[in-house]
Design a protein around this ligand. Structure first.
Ligand SMILES: Cc1ncc(COP(=O)(O)O)c(C=O)c1O
Length: 389
């Protein structure tokens, strides 16, 4: 049995709810949330960075056939700036932006310290961005972040501080130390009173869907499965789509681990709702118990559905990607744990008539999946796929 066949029997949706407040209308273009000008500035700054190249939009034709949809497009972020995840776009761009204003007021980059809490990938982007910009980075990680991820951040010269507990505990420690020492918090999540830096992170991510639209020409997706941790990635992707498609926006569907489905709970309750994480999903980047307030403003009107999944598809799908089973020309794709989430949701949804109908996944569906990471944890990647990178 192929890994894909195995995954088809294993992927499972825990919950799928329809967003009662779904009503995109015209893109608000609001500089207090996210504006066109902010997205366009970020996109042109990032496009001028050395080594910039749009990431590939791959067609998973075997999956489209198996799922009975018109096409499945996979945006492969595993090659983004050599950092192996889309996160390369957000933290590094936000650092460049805040450091610019620090230097324009007479400060020196070496006197500037950026601090953040992370599950791994955002910290790597901040560490890389700080190294590029010549400033310092303090990265707070929680008890469950692997040593491979810790080492990847240290390799860019960052100080890495490990804190007992979960992501929320590392964020609390980071906030308090940053205040004590006068460090600039460069977080990928936002809250009341802390919006400017995370807004730049979203603006950086917006280049992903801008590239997708360029790559698709006149065509647009009908469905986008968006992996959600704090909701920053999904918001950055929704921005350009919302501006382009307005009230005809494609169905935007959040995909979370059932162990940390804070967006699903928030949409269900129609208010930001904290989720207590009792167990860590293998999809480490999705393990967040509290949504970003900017993400709430972006996603409450634009998400058509929220769904949560189990971890059962992670290993077989990573293998199916790695072994080239998802395209007829056997393209081998480096996909990390979080990159399986959208595909697992699509497979589970199309194999259940009720979910298929709820999401409108018929033979005309053009489905966009976001491959948010490659082998960001190389030891785990090789354990699962048998491939040593
Ligand atoms: C690989 C990967 N995918 C998806 C996400 C989710 O992004 P966000 O937290 O912005 O919702 C993360 C976040 O860390 C991640 O690292």
């Amino acid at each position: 049995m192929s890994n894909l066949d195995q995954a088809m029997g294993q992927c499972s949706i825990v919950e799928c709810i329809t967003n009662q407040n779904h009503n995109p209308g015209t893109f608000p273009d609001d500089e207090h949330v996210l504006s066109n000008a902010q997205m366009q500035t970020a996109q042109s700054v990032i496009a001028a960075w050395p080594g910039y190249e749009p990431t590939q939009l791959l067609e998973l034709d075997v999956v489209a056939n198996a799922c009975g949809v018109k096409s499945v497009l996979y945006k492969d972020e595993s090659t983004r700036f050599g950092l192996q995840s889309f996160k390369a776009l957000g933290g590094a761009y936000a650092i460049a932006d805040v450091l610019n204003s620090f230097v324009s007021k007479g400060g020196k980059p070496e006197d500037f310290t950026a601090a953040t809490a992370t599950d791994g990938n955002h910290g790597r982007s901040v560490a890389w961005g700080a190294q590029q910009a010549g400033c310092n980075a303090k990265i707070y990680i929680h008890a469950h972040v692997s040593t491979a991820r810790e080492d990847a951040m240290k390799a860019y010269g960052a100080d890495v501080i490990r804190v007992d507990g979960n992501y929320e505990a590392s964020l609390a420690a980071c906030k308090s130390d940053a205040e004590k020492h006068g460090w600039q918090l460069v977080s990928d999540t936002s809250w009341d009173g802390y919006l400017d830096v995370p807004r730049q992170v979203l603006a950086g991510y917006s280049i992903i869907s801008a590239e997708v639209m360029d790559q698709m020409g006149e065509q647009r997706p009908t469905h986008a499965f968006l992996p959600v941790g704090v909701g920053g990635l999904a918001s950055g992707i929704v921005g350009p789509f919302w501006d382009d498609m307005g009230s005809n926006m494609c169905k935007a569907i959040s995909v979370e681990s059932a162990m940390s489905a804070c967006f699903l709970e928030s949409i269900r309750n129609d208010r930001p709702t904290l989720v207590d994480i009792a167990e860590e999903t293998m999809m480490a980047g999705l393990s967040c118990g509290e949504i970003s307030s900017l993400a709430w403003d972006m996603l409450r009107p634009t998400l058509s559905h929220c769904l949560s999944i189990t971890d059962d598809g992670v290993a077989p799908l990573m293998q199916a990607f790695a072994n080239g089973q998802l395209t007829t020309d056997s393209t081998k794709i480096e996909a990390g744990e979080c990159s399986t989430s959208g595909l697992a949701a699509l497979i589970a949804a199309t194999s259940d008539p009720a979910f298929k109908d709820q999401l409108g996944l018929d033979e005309n569906a053009i489905v966009l999946l976001i491959g948010t990471e490659g082998a960001t944890d190389p030891a785990l990647y090789s354990d699962i796929t048998g491939i040593n990178l």
